[in-house]
Design a protein around this ligand. Structure first.
Ligand SMILES: Nc1nc2c(ncn2[C@@H]2O[C@H](COP(=O)(O)OP(=O)(O)OP(=O)(O)O)[C@@H](O)[C@H]2O)c(=O)[nH]1
Ligand SMILES: [Mg+2]
Length: 427
C-alpha cells in the first residue's frame, strides 16, 4: 500500500511526510526544497483493537494471566509485532508514503521537473493532495500575504485542487494519445474487449488492474455522448476518458494544511475531488518529536497530550506546548493520521488481518503472539492472503482455520477486518 503526497511547492508535503514517518527530510519555506522523492513508512492504527485483547481476556478468565497492572508500559497488549507496535491494544500497521517534488502548472508539458514528478507517483494506490489552507503561498509556492477571509482561502484551495487534477489529466491523456493508433486497431479487431486490454497494457506502469480499467471505462461510457467509433473520437472525448482513468487509478483526498494560520471559520466540507481534511502538519511533527524525546505523551490523532515531566522544560517549551494544546482543542486533532486512515480504510477499503501458525495460541512457530498484521483489501480470499504471506503458502494452500470459530475455511473464504487465520499448506 502506497500513498503519494502531491501538491504545489511549499505547502508542507515534506513536513506532513516527516510527521507521519518520523524520517528526517528537508523542510524549508521556499519552493522546490524537495527534488528526489522521499519514501517512508507511516504507522497507522488499525481500526479494530488488536486481537491480543481477546487473547488477554481469555487468559485472564482462565486464571493464566494477572489483570493489567497500572504501570504496564504496554497497557495490556500481549502481542509481539514484527513491525509496528501495539500499546493498549492499539495496533499500528505500516503504510508507505511517498513525498514528491512540488508540481507547478505546466508540469505535464515539462515545467518544473515535468513528467519526472509525475512518474514518481506511478506506483501509488491513492494520493493525498496537500493544499495551503492559509493561502500564504501562491500557485508556484512563493510566499505571499495569507488570505484574510474564509472565502479567499477556499478560492485559493479550489484553484490548487483543479490545477493538480488538470496536470494529472494532461499527463494521462498524453500516455493515451501516444498509443492511440495502435489501440484503435485493437478495437477494430476485438471490439470493447480490445479497448480494455489496450488501456490495461497502456497503464500497467501506473499500477492499473483490469478492475480499475473496467471501472474507468464504465463511468466514461455513462458520460460520453459521442456515438462515433473510437477511431473518430475528438480530443475532448479522449480527455474525458483520461479523466475517468485518473479518478480510478489515483483517488485523491485533500489535506488542507497550515490550518493553524488559515482564516477562522472555514467550512472544510466543500465539494471537490475527494474529502477535505484540515491539517496542521508542522504541529504534528513538533508533537511527534516531543513524544520521541520523552517530553510528552501524545497519541497521534488525539485532541490532547500529557506533559511527562514539566520540570525538565524551559519556559519557552512550556509556552509552545500550551499554544499547541489550544490549537488542538480548536481543530480536534492535527488531521495527519486522520487523512491517512480515511484513505487507507475508507477510500481504498482495506482491512487488517492476522495470519498465525497456531490457531489456538495465535502464535507463530517461535511462540510469538500475533506477530504479523497484514493490510489487505476488504473481503480478500483466504488463498490470496496466503499468497501475500508467502508465495509457497499460496501455491501449496490446502485450507484455512478461522482463529475464533476454529472452523475450516476454503480457498475462497472471504476475510473481514480483524480476522485471525491459520493457513494450512503443503510443504
Ligand atoms: N503554519 C504552518 N506552516 C507549515 C505547516 N506545515 C508546513 N509548514 C511550513 O511550510 C513550509 C514548507 O514546508 P515543506 O514541508 O518543505 O513543503 P513542501 O510542500 O515539501 O515544499 P517543496 O518540497 O518545496 O515542494 C515550511 O516553512 C514549513 O515549516 C503547518 O501545518 N502550518
Ligand atoms: Mg518537500
Amino acid at each position: 500500500m502506497r500513498i503519494g503526497l502531491v501538491g504545489k511547492p511549499n505547502v508542507g508535503k515534506s513536513t506532513f511526510f516527516s510527521a507521519a514517518t518520523l524520517a528526517k527530510v528537508d523542510i524549508a519555506n521556499y519552493p522546490f526544497c524537495t527534488i528526489e522523492p522521499n519514501v517512508g513508512v507511516a504507522f497507522i492504527a488499525a481500526r479494530k483493537p488488536c486481537p491480543c485483547k481477546e487473547l488477554r481476556e481469555k487468559l485472564e478468565s482462565d486464571g493464566r494471566l494477572e489483570p493489567v497492572s497500572p504501570d504496564d508500559e504496554r497497557e495490556g497488549s500481549i502481542c509481539n509485532p514484527r513491525t509496528g507496535s501495539c500499546i493498549g491494544f492499539r495496533r499500528l500497521v505500516p503504510c508507505f508514503l511517498v513525498d514528491v517534488a512540488g508540481l507547478v502548472p505546466g508540469a505535464s508539458e515539462g515545467r518544473g521537473r515535468g513528467n519526472a514528478f509525475l512518474s514518481d507517483l506511478a506506483n501509488c494506490d491513492a494520493l493525498i493532495q496537500v493544499v495551503d489552507a492559509s493561502a500564504s503561498t501562491d500557485i508556484e509556492g512563493n510566499p505571499q500575504d495569507p488570505a484574510k477571509t474564509p472565502e479567499a482561502a477556499k478560492a485559493s484551495m479550489s484553484e490548487e485542487i483543479s490545477f493538480l487534477s488538470d496536470e494529472l489529466d494532461a499527463w494521462i491523456c498524453g500516455i493515451l494519445n501516444d498509443g492511440w493508433v495502435r489501440g484503435v486497431r485493437r478495437v477494430q479487431a476485438e471490439g470493447e474487449k480490445g479497448m480494455i486490454s489496450f488501456l490495461h497494457d497502456r497503464f500497467t506502469g501506473l499500477g492499473s488492474s483490469f478492475q480499475s480499467i473496467n471501472l474507468a471505462f464504465d463511468s466514461f461510457k455513462k458520460i460520453n455522448q459521442e456515438t462515433s467509433p473510437p477511431w473518430d473520437w475528438t480530443p475532448s472525448t479522449l480527455k474525458s476518458l483520461a479523466i475517468e482513468i485518473r479518478k480510478s487509478l489515483f483517488p485523491i483526498h485533500i489535506a488542507a494544511n497550515k490550518a493553524d494560520i488559515a482564516p477562522k471559520d472555514i467550512d472544510y466540507n466543500f465539494q471537490t475531488n475527494g474529502r477535505v481534511i484540515p491539517c496542521m502538519a508542522d504541529m504534528e511533527l513538533a508533537l511527534r518529536r516531543a513524544e520521541s524525546a520523552g517530553l510528552i505523551h501524545y497519541i497521534s490523532g488525539q485532541q490532547t497530550f500529557e506533559v511527562s515531566n514539566s520540570e525538565n522544560l524551559s519556559e519557552a517549551q512550556i509556552g509552545a506546548l500550551k499554544h499547541m494544546q489550544e490549537r488542538l482543542t480548536q481543530n480536534n486533532n492535527t488531521g495527519v493520521s486522520t487523512i491517512i486512515d480515511t484513505v487507507l480504510f475508507e477510500e481504498l477499503d482495506h482491512i487488517v488481518v492476522y495470519p498465525v501458525q497456531d490457531e489456538n495460541q495465535w502464535t507463530d512457530s517461535e511462540g510469538k503472539v500475533l506477530p504479523d498484521a497484514f493490510v489487505v483489501p476488504n473481503n480478500i480470499q483466504a488463498k490470496n492472503l496466503a499468497y501475500k504471506v508467502h508465495s509457497d503458502l499460496g501455491d501449496g494452500f490446502i485450507r484455512g482455520t478461522d482463529g475464533r470459530s476454529r472452523r475450516t475455511v476454503g480457498s475462497e473464504h472471504e476475510l473481514v477486518d480483524g480476522d485471525v487465520l491459520k493457513i494450512h499448506a503443503k510443504n
